[in-house]
Design a protein around this ligand. Structure first.
Ligand SMILES: Cc1cc2nc3c(=O)[nH]c(=O)nc-3n(C[C@H](O)[C@H](O)[C@H](O)COP(=O)(O)OP(=O)(O)OC[C@H]3O[C@@H](n4cnc5c(N)ncnc54)[C@H](O)[C@@H]3O)c2cc1C
Length: 263
């Protein structure tokens, strides 16, 4: 497979940097082709602004989605964005790797998503009708490709358990897994999360490395998270609410959107 690893950490000698190198080494050993987008090393511009749309008329009010769509169609997006889009088209699998910062991804990686996911490329695609509400949530440009997160956290595994104070890790990562990866069509694999890493000793590091290697070895075979497809019949259109009778009685929140909760 062709794998794109997008890496967001400001320090190459960090734990994250070491784990990135191990992931690349293991993927290569498995016969995969790997490209890395090291966002800090690339000095990736994280904010969306007028400079992203050089063809926008001077003085015209900037509406990001509209400007993005027009620039995408006209092949007028900036070179850095177009290069990342080409990498995404090239890849069979996308890995986003980052330290958890304030319950989410570092701003530079969010900015990669904001800028690279242009209108007409990653969103705003497909027909809207009574049975089909655009190509998204299981459909879209990245259908048939795999994606996963590699995340390190300061918090303990228990802090991210079902009764942990931080909330379940699957809930925290839902906006990325479901909103950023599943939305444009990726099959999203369960994340690899290394917890409580801030004072990791050598033995702990070895455990993390073993787990990461195993996940890289099984990248092609790991079952994706069983999110429900938007246009697969489980949702009312256009309200996009889960149909009555699906999900466990009284259940709410992110878990509703997993097929295994069908009763
Ligand atoms: C702005 C900010 C917000 C944060 N928000 C959250 C949050 O919401 N939730 C949360 O849980 N955490 C949070 N954290 C903590 C953060 O997630 C962790 O600090 C981060 O994941 C650690 O990864 P790192 O690559 O930066 O580790 P590093 O600091 O580089 O390394 C951590 C430890 O790993 C070991 N190590 C590093 N490299 C190696 C190596 N090559 N071999 C062996 N051992 C090694 C060392 O013991 C080192 O001290 C936040 C941190 C910041 C700065």
């Amino acid at each position: 497979m062709k794998v794109l690893l997008v890496f967001a950490h400001p320090e190459p000698r960090s734990l994250g940097g070491a784990l990135r190198d191990i992931a690349v080494q293991e993927l290569t050993a498995q016969g995969h082709e790997v490209q890395v987008s090291d966002l800090y090393a690339m000095r990736w511009k994280s904010e969306v602004d007028r400079a992203d749309f050089p063809s926008l008329a001077p003085g015209a009010r900037l509406k990001v989605a509209g400007a993005s769509g027009e620039a995408f169609v006209a092949a007028a997006l900036t070179d850095d964005v177009r290069a990342e889009q080409e990498k995404l088209k090239w890849a069979d699998a996308l890995i986003l790797q980052f330290p958890l910062w304030w319950y989410s991804m570092p701003a530079i990686l969010k900015g990669w998503v904001d800028r690279v996911y242009a209108y007409g490329f990653a969103y705003g695609v497909g027909e809207h009708s009574d049975s089909h509400w655009g190509d998204r949530f299981g459909e879209g440009l990245f259908t048939g490709k795999r994606a996963m997160l590699i995340v390190t956290t300061g918090g303990w595994r228990e802090h991210y358990s079902s009764r942990g104070i931080n909330g379940p890790i699957d809930d925290l990562l839902f906006p990325i897994n479901h909103g950023v990866l599943y939305y444009p069509g990726f099959d999203v694999l369960p994340p690899f999360v290394a917890y409580r890493v801030d004072r990791l000793d050598e033995a702990g590091f070895a455990v993390v490395v073993d787990g990461l290697r195993e996940r890289m070895q099984t990248l092609t075979t790991t079952s994706p998270i069983s999110y429900r497809r938007q246009n697969g019949g489980d949702y009312l259109i256009p309200s996009l609410q889960l149909r009555p009778g699906l999900g466990r009685p009284g259940e709410a929140g992110f878990a509703l959107h997993l097929r295994e909760n069908v009763v």
